[in-house]
Design a protein around this ligand. Structure first.
Ligand code: SF4
Length: 120
């Protein structure tokens, strides 16, 4: 089985099943430092019961509600593939996402299907 990312977009287009929808300051600080108001506009800070400031993502600036589809995922024209428009600064859980993992399986990611692998 291949665990290579097939860019199916499942992990980014159906966030209902996503394990992480809250970030800590470690993820958000680079966006603050770089003046990424476009990204920050999709976050909502709140203070948890321990007094730590956390950030809900991805919260629509228009409706104030979390969205099911990440605002940064884009389908490539004329292809059944998706890309992340904030790849270089995406949240740590997105960077740590493992194609072929349990989470990928649970959301039906294409990376969990059996594929033929060629020998080198
Ligand atoms: S930030 Fe990028 S990798 Fe993370 S869910 Fe959105 S599109 Fe996917």
């Amino acid at each position: 089985m291949s665990n290579k990312c097939k860019q199916c977009g499942k992990c980014c287009t159906d966030l209902v099943e996503a394990a992480h929808n809250v970030l800590t300051i470690e993820d958000v600080q680079p966006w603050i430092d770089e003046g990424r108001e476009d990204i920050l506009a999709w976050t909502t800070p709140f203070v948890d019961e321990d007094g730590e400031t956390l950030y809900k993502i991805w919260v629509s600036p228009k409706t104030g509600k979390q969205v099911d589809r990440c605002p940064w995922v884009r389908k490539l024209p004329n292809k059944n593939k998706y890309i992340c428009r904030i790849h270089d600064v995406k949240p740590s859980h997105c960077r740590a996402f493992k194609p072929g993992s349990k989470v990928a399986k649970s959301i039906g990611g294409r990376c969990t299907k059996k594929t033929k692998t060629s020998r080198k």
